[in-house]
Design a protein around this ligand. Sequence first.
Ligand code: HEM
Length: 172
Amino acid sequence: MTSTPLNFPKTWGKSVSVLFGIMALATISIPAANAAESMSAQRADIHLPVRNYINAFGGPAGVKALINTFVGNVAADPHINYYFAHTNIPHLKYELTQQVCEVVGGPCKYTGQTMTQAHQNMQVTTAAFNYLAQDMINAMDTRGIVKPAQNYLLAQLAAMEPQVVTAKGPLG
Ligand code: HEM
């Protein structure tokens, strides 16, 4: 059996692996033959960490539309929708929109709970996390978000996994 980083679903793992591969390649320093080349290599490095994908998501309105599609996917997903049975869905949509807009570089400010606070005592498993990730990938595909922007958001969500997942499922 092949394993993917952080136990993502196959498609997500592949996307994120590709992303990390690209990032690793981008930070390799290439010996330059002269000072001008050296400068441009440095400049390329300096610009790489600055990532702003809000336009690729269609601005804040595009993020709002994405979250609508995403929450619809989650609500229709029998693997995880029971987690949301008692959730105030309009509030959840609002908080998710602010959060995703902010992490992709938009002019929004997330002011909700920390991920630890929001998910404590919820018994979220790795499997549930992965189903939710797939629901987001499907929503981004539906909305026509380009893959580099998708991979960026997925990497951001992956970084929150330790705060969200607090329980083991029957298979670990
Ligand atoms: C990286 C992945 C995730 C992110 C970024 C995320 C983000 C959020 C945010 C922003 C909120 C609202 C917090 C607030 O009201 O202040 C929230 C609430 C919630 N999340 Fe997540 N979440 C993630 C994964 C999951 C997973 C995997 C599940 C379960 C399968 C889940 C279940 C819930 C539920 C049920 C609530 C609502 C709690 C309530 O009713 O107050 N989340 N999440």
